[in-house]
Design a protein around this ligand. Structure first.
Ligand code: CP
Length: 312
């Protein structure tokens, strides 16, 4: 694997392989000194043209735990603000000697474009509405671990609720969850569903209350107000009333059901309970697993033959 741009190109075997590699990274992260020399001498550049808390810091942590050198490119203080193009930015940084670019961009397809301007590996850290492959991997890993599903997701029912239309997480997760065998239901008002949703391998519902007591995983999405150009819901209060996780709905979840959210959360909108009070909340486990999954991805792309047993 040279690049990770799109979760949809990975086979179920590829997904299982990356999750097995993540098991090793979890073990590394539990050591007193959570660091291995696997990527010593490699340089990873985090190039984020959109804001991020979780993805940026976890790629940074992941690369350092594998002993890579890390450059965090600060777009706001760079020559991008003087009109430098994405191509010139990539070619300039590549000329310094780079092994991997981790790219987040508001335009769908930007990480794919980057692969044409560098010999380095490229990881898509979220592009527009399109893809967020490492989020899908960490979500699969979290479900695999917490529902003890090491061999696959056959028989699992996962509901993804909310702003599907603008969500790269929904697109990536539907592909990964269904590839592993889960049944996925998208739950949203018609205005927040994507065009041609009937071609997706899912069922669609507009009625969260009829489903909530049946699902194994309730995956809530953020209302992406920054990507909405029209008024797609009458009001956030009405949205919460129909699709938010309220205390009444939380009380109807099955005892083993997981509640997941990629973050950042809109508290009081889609997450109308305190997730720290939900026994099944995976919100912080997802963040923890994000570091190990991103270590696995960087190791897979850059670390062939390196040793994970030795501490740095
Ligand atoms: N889930 C996710 O991509 O979060 P950030 O935007 O904080 O990276």
């Amino acid at each position: 694997m040279k690049h990770l741009l799109d979760i949809g190109v990975l086979t179920p075997d590829d997904l299982h392989h990356l999750m097995a590699l993540t098991d090793h990274m979890v073990e590394v992260n539990q050591r007193p000194i959570p660091k291995v020399p696997a990527l010593r001498g490699k340089t990873v550049v985090n190039l984020f043209f959109e804001n991020s808390t979780r993805t940026l810091t976890s790629f940074d942590t992941a690369a350092r735990r594998l002993s890579a050198d890390v450059m965090n490119f600060a777009v706001s203080s760079s020559s991008v603000n003087k009109g430098e193009s994405l191509r010139d930015t990539i070619e300039t940084i590549s000329a310094m000697g780079v092994d991997a670019f981790v790219v987040r961009h508001k335009s769908s397809g930007a990480p794919m474009q980057v692969t044409k301007w560098t010999n380095a590996s490229v990881v898509n850290a979220g592009d527009g509405w399109h893809q967020h492959p490492t989020q899908a991997l960490l979500d699969c890993y979290t479900i695999r671990t917490h529902l003890n599903r090491r061999t696959g997701f056959d028989g699992l029912h996962i509901a993804i609720v909310g702003d599907i239309k603008h969500s790269r997480v929904a697109r990536s997760n539907v592909q990964a969850f269904t590839a592993l065998g889960a049944h996925v239901t998208l739950v949203a008002p018609p205005t927040l569903l994507p065009p041609a949703v009937e071609t997706w391998p899912v069922t669609v519902s507009h009625d969260l209350d009829s489903l909530i007591a049946k699902v194994d995983v309730l995956y809530l999405l953020r209302m992406q107000r920054e990507r909405m150009v029209d008024a797609l819901v009458p009001s956030l209060r009405e949205y919460t009333g129909a699709y938010g996780l309220t205390p009444l709905r939380a009380a109807r979840l099955r005892p083993h059901a997981l509640v997941m959210h990629p973050g950042p959360m809109n508290r009081g909108v889609e997450m109308a309970v305190d997730p720290s009070e939900l026994p099944g909340s995976m919100v912080l486990h997802q963040v923890t697993n994000g570091v190990a999954v991103r270590m696995a991805v960087l190791f897979e792309l850059l670390g062939s033959g390196a040793d994970l047993a030795t501490s740095a």
